[in-house]
Write a protein that binds this ligand. Sequence first.
Ligand SMILES: [Cu+2]
Length: 144
Amino acid sequence: MKFRILLIVFILSSALTACGGGAPDAIVEISGAWARPALAGSDAGVYMALFNHATKVDFITGGAAEIADAVELRLVMIDGNQMQMLRQDQIKLPANTDFFLRTGSYHIMLISLKQDLVSGDTFEMTVHFENSPDASITVTVIDQ
Ligand SMILES: [Cu+2]
């Protein structure tokens, strides 16, 4: 009898562990997504906080936005007083921790905007990951 109760407890706890307490087993949470004001035809960086809740690394592999011709991953490199943006195939998200896309570092670049980005506006875009489901996010245009 005691053994049976232990067995049930074991099965329940395994089920909870397997699904991470109710969340899918691979999930990246995104918050505070923003972009600077920009004119149609130009490019704009998108910045955000990500939290990889998984127990293994994940990677941002790209994105999609209806308001731009293309979406690329970039890294700003400063060499002396030269600033370069290097295209990245992916951006690594360490397991179970925060990672920030920010100015002067890793970011998502919207290429050739189809519309102006005006302070206070919002737009939708999708971020793709290696292991997690696509994330649909709302980006706020902030003049900062
Ligand atoms: Cu850029």
